[in-house]
Design a protein around this ligand. Structure first.
Ligand code: BMA
Length: 370
């Protein structure tokens, strides 16, 4: 009897949690953030939004604000979501680390929001301790995170970096004066060792603090147009591992994971699906939507990668179909690109992927902000 009562209360609890409206972690978030989160949840299982990093800024063989994207050139339609990166804003540079002017990024974010798209921002920032890149070559000798948290010079520099990010985020305003909602995805792929905030270079508790003080600082600067995404790489394949560096339910709105590597394995489907199931189960318990925040195959060297691998995983079952979106990386060159460009051998497969009813590009993007 006791067990039945426990089981019953667990069921009741999970029903209560999953049926509840999601409150943004920023208590002062602009209304469109709450609407976005609840729409992502409401649309779970109906379709998966597709997007790309820097889609509008350049493609293979072209650069600049043309209004086009390789996705549109190949499929006739723009993506549903856009990724951008703020690296080098901390240096007061006019362009980000990939050469895209911040003024253009701002224009595109405002324009695409007005059209109903979702915008997500990552930040491959320099180390405030050494000034070296996010992939800081001396990181093991320079524990940047620890030094920031110690509150000395690195922290003073980090505050200047965050001020610049805050100024940019606060400038994302429509001509009518409405703030543009953004999914902010700081300190991603933190289970790997390639960034200075990676698992080899700081403890779990230092990482969580870094994420938390960043969010708290931005809020203290009146930045309230963010939904926060937590986005480790493929490492965590169980809820327990995902929790290890998770900044906490009060700091994370959207559960993410970047996963390129598992798609290269013979057992790709098993590996990718396992992680999507983990995110879904975690999301169910913590009342948060989940997304495949970065993926892709560099050079799209397999002609049926999009339908044979990506779609095969996203469309594996009712749980994987609950993924809110998938973002592939940038189309920089004939070597470094993640969607097929015109006359690429994988072009037809990508068109097939776009035509699959599960995939939402701009033409099928659901309402996100009402
Ligand atoms: C990496 C590569 C780099 C780029 C960085 C940040 O994955 O695409 O060329 O500078 O992302 O966008």
């Amino acid at each position: 009897m006791k067990y039945i009562a426990i089981l019953f209360s667990c069921l009741l609890f999970s029903f209560f949690v999953s049926g509840q409206a999601q409150q943004p972690v920023d208590k002062e978030a602009i209304p469109s953030i709450g609407k976005l989160l609840n729409n992502l949840k409401k649309n779970q299982g109906k379709g998966i939004m597709f997007g790309q990093q820097d889609a509008l800024s350049y493609g293979v063989g072209w650069f600049g604000a043309t209004g086009n994207s390789d996705i549109k050139i190949v499929t006739g339609v723009q993506p549903a979501i856009y990724g951008w990166d703020l690296a080098h804003i901390e240096l007061d540079s006019a362009n980000n680390l990939d050469g895209v002017p911040f003024t253009t990024i701002r224009e595109y974010i405002i324009k695409t929001y007005k059209e109903g798209a979702l915008n997500t921002i990552s930040w491959h920032l320099r180390s405030p301790l050494t000034g070296r890149s996010a992939w800081d070559d001396n990181k093991t000798k320079n524990p940047t995170v620890k030094e920031i948290l110690r509150g000395g010079k690195a922290m003073a520099t980090y505050k200047i970096y965050m001020d610049k990010v805050a100024t940019f985020l606060l400038s994302l305003k429509t001509p009518e004066g409405e703030m543009v909602p953004i999914v902010f995805r700081p300190y991603h792929e933190n289970d790997g060792d390639w960034f200075w905030w990676g698992a080899k270079h700081c403890t779990a508790s230092e990482y969580k603090k870094l994420y938390q003080i960043t969010a708290d600082y931005l809020k203290s600067k009146n930045v309230h147009n963010l939904a926060y995404a937590y986005s480790p790489d493929r490492g965590p394949d169980t809820e327990k591992k995902y929790l290890e560096r998770y900044p906490g339910d009060n700091y994370v709105d959207i559960l993410g994971q970047d996963n390129y590597w598992n798609f290269t394995m013979a057992t790709f489907k098993e590996e990718v699906v396992k992680r999507l199931h983990m995110l879904a189960a975690f999301g169910e318990k913590h009342n948060k939507p989940f997304a495949l925040t970065e993926t892709g195959l560099e050079g799209v060297k397999e002609n049926n990668w999009f339908t044979g691998k990506l779609l095969a995983c996203l469309d594996a079952d009712d749980i994987t179909r609950k993924t809110s979106w998938v973002l592939v990386w940038r189309n920089f060159s004939t070597k470094h690109h993640y969607v097929p460009y015109k006359d690429h051998p994988a072009e037809q497969d990508f068109v097939k992927f776009k035509e699959n009813p599960l995939m939402f590009f701009e033409d099928k993007r659901p309402e996100l902000y009402k």
